[in-house]
Structure formats: C-alpha cells, structure tokens
Design a protein around this ligand. Structure first.
Ligand code: SF4
Length: 340
C-alpha cells in the first residue's frame, strides 16, 4: 500500500470507533506538530499517554531537589525542562533565584568535569527519564568510578515502560510504542502484555510517514493482542544488549510513583546497593500534590485532553505553566498549546 492509500484509508475510515494511545511524549510532539490528528477520520482518536518523563514526575521529587539545593555543599544539575516544573514549594528556577546553585546542563556527562574540578561540592544530577536516557546515567557512573570522581550523586526518577503499559493496556484499542525506548529494550517484552490485554502494540519511529503507517497497522490489527515492529532500522526484538548490560550493572528495578497512576512495583530504576554512596535519596519519593485546578493526572492517563482542563490557555500557558504537562516539550498541554 502506498502512503497515499494509507492516508486515504485513515481519512475515510468508517468502521467502529478506534481509540489509540501514543504512549510516548516524543510521539505526542510529532503527532501534534504534523497535524496527523486532523487528517484522521473522526472515528479514530489519538490520545496522549504517560510517556513524558517530566510530566509523570511527582512533586515530592522536585521538593527533594529544592531541599538539596538549600545545602551550600550541593550543586544541582538538571536538564532545562525540569527547572520550571512546579513542586509543592515552587520550582527549581525559583530556588535558583533564591540562592541555590542550580545549573542547567545538556548532558549528565558534563557534570563529571565540573565535579572533578571542584572537590568542595557534591554535584547532584536530577536523573529523570525512561530507558532511552537511563544508559547515559550508567555511562556517567562508569566514568565517575573509572576516574575516581566521588563527589557526584544521582537523584533518580527513572521510569520503565513495560509496567506502565501493563497498567494501562486494555483501556485503548491499540498502543503506539516509543521507538527510541524499544531501541534499548527491544519489543519482545511487550508481546505477553499485548497478548494479555488483547490489543495491538506497534513500535514506531517519529517521522510523519512512520506514525501514519503505525496508526494504519493499529486500526487494521484492532482486537488482536500482537506486537509489530515498524521501526526496524533501529529496533530489534531483543534490544541493545550492551546498553541493557550497562543498565543492569548499575541499576535495579523498584517501586516508583507516577503522577496520575500512583506507585507501581518495578516501574522505576534505582542505583544498586553497591553504588548507594552515589544516590542522593531517591527512594520513597511518592507524595504528589498537583496545583489546584491542574488536570495533568487525567491528561497523562488519557482520561481527558489538555483542552478539557479549565486552566488550559488561560491561567496555564508555557510562559506561566501550572503543571508539568505545560512545561515539558514532550508534554501534551505544551504541544497542544503551541500548535493550536
Ligand atoms: Fe495542568 Fe496546565 Fe495542562 Fe491544565 S493545561 S492540565 S493546568 S498543565
């Protein structure tokens, strides 16, 4: 089938309603930016899922970073997106304005040199992400140990996809699996989840063409608990063995709290006991207090669209966000706002 045929099929589809979820925030950004939703038949709904790491990070994690920044012995390092995410006592940007040493970095590896050159402070990275980003933190650990740099720490809020897919699997008619996560993990681990939920799951890339082909496949496979790989240039059945081994060396699975979904066993990654000295207190950060009126937890779980939130585009905008979904570039609210 040509791309034109696929587009025509999806546009003119007149079968039973199909609700599909793109689990990953990068897919949400690509789908909203490309206008794919607008070319689909009204009977095919694309719904954003919980795959934006910043959006699912609970407020107690931000609170803990702020608390750490209040100690003059600590330097907090983070990707830019996290700096404006509201905790229950404000955000990291405000803590920085209040005197905390908080730095935006483009890569955790940058922190290594900073820490090596400064023996007086502890450098703590806000390690947020999924399996795609987690290997970078494993590399950081490996380099730190090799180079004898002992003043680095990680405050981890690392999440893994399979447990959350297991939790939400079956609520929709099909799921778009994140191609970059599957590059690391492979897609085989989703096969029992799809079979149990009785819904199709398709690993897809991020170009418009990849997404449309995957959506077409999901519509066609409706009702079948199977997994298909539509990103074979980088995704294999068993994933990237080297990255998985590196992750396994430093991290172990544990219970993690997700905004809107609560705590899920084995859905987080934590430094193993032998590397505990590098941990900044990551476990047991479960409390989550959303801003009053913010519907992020419903947006993340697909119960509502961003535009259903009464604050959307009024009290909550990218320049004055009230929730993480409006801060993150992968957030459903941010993408809905900038592409409206
Ligand atoms: Fe939260 Fe703002 Fe999204 Fe509403 S529009 S759900 S307040 S982030």
């Amino acid at each position: 089938m040509t791309n034109t045929d696929i587009l025509s099929y999806l546009k003119n589809y007149n079968g039973p309603d199909v609700r599909l979820m793109e689990i990953c925030g990068s897919h949400t950004a690509a789908i909203v930016r490309s206008g794919i939703r607008t070319v689909l038949s009204d009977k095919i709904k694309m719904i954003s899922g919980p795959g934006c790491p910043v959006c699912v990070t609970v407020t107690s994690y931000i609170d803990r970073l702020i608390e750490l920044s209040e100690n003059p012995e600590n330097v907090i390092c983070s990707f830019g997106d996290l700096l404006r995410v509201p905790g229950s006592r404000g955000c990291l940007e405000e803590a920085k304005a209040g005197g905390g040493d908080i730095r935006m970095l483009y890569s955790p590896i940058e922190m290594l040199k900073l820490a090596k050159d400064d023996g007086l402070h502890n450098y703590i990275f806000a390690a947020v992400g999924f399996e795609t980003t987690a290997p970078v933190y494993a590399s950081l650990m490996e380099s730190a140990i090799e180079n004898g740099v002992n003043n680095i720490r990680l405050l981890t809020s690392l999440k893994t996809m399979p447990e959350v897919v297991k939790r939400i699997g079956g609520k929709m008619d099909g799921y778009l699996l994140p191609g970059h996560v599957c590059t690391v993990t492979g897609y085989a681990l989703y096969e029992p989840i799809a079979a149990k939920a009785g819904v199709p799951m398709v690993a897809a890339g991020f170009e418009d063409r990849n997404i449309l082909q995957a959506v077409f496949a999901l519509v066609k496979l409706k009702g079948r608990g199977v997994v298909r790989n539509f990103y074979p240039s980088v995704v294999t059945r068993d994933g990237n063995t080297k990255a998985l081994e590196s992750l396994d060396r430093f991290f172990e699975a544990g219970s993690a709290a997700w905004r809107g979904l609560g705590s899920m066993e084995d859905s987080g990654l934590y430094l193993r006991n032998e590397y505990e000295r590098f941990d900044a207190g990551s476990r047991d950060l479960t409390e989550d207090r959303e801003n009053s009126g913010c519907h992020c937890s419903k947006v993340i779980t697909g119960e509502e669209r961003s535009t259903d939130c009464p604050l959307f585009g009024k009290a909550c905008t990218p320049s004055d966000p009230k929730g993480a979904c409006m801060v993150s570039r992968e957030g459903a609210c941010f993408n809905e706002f900038i592409n409206r």
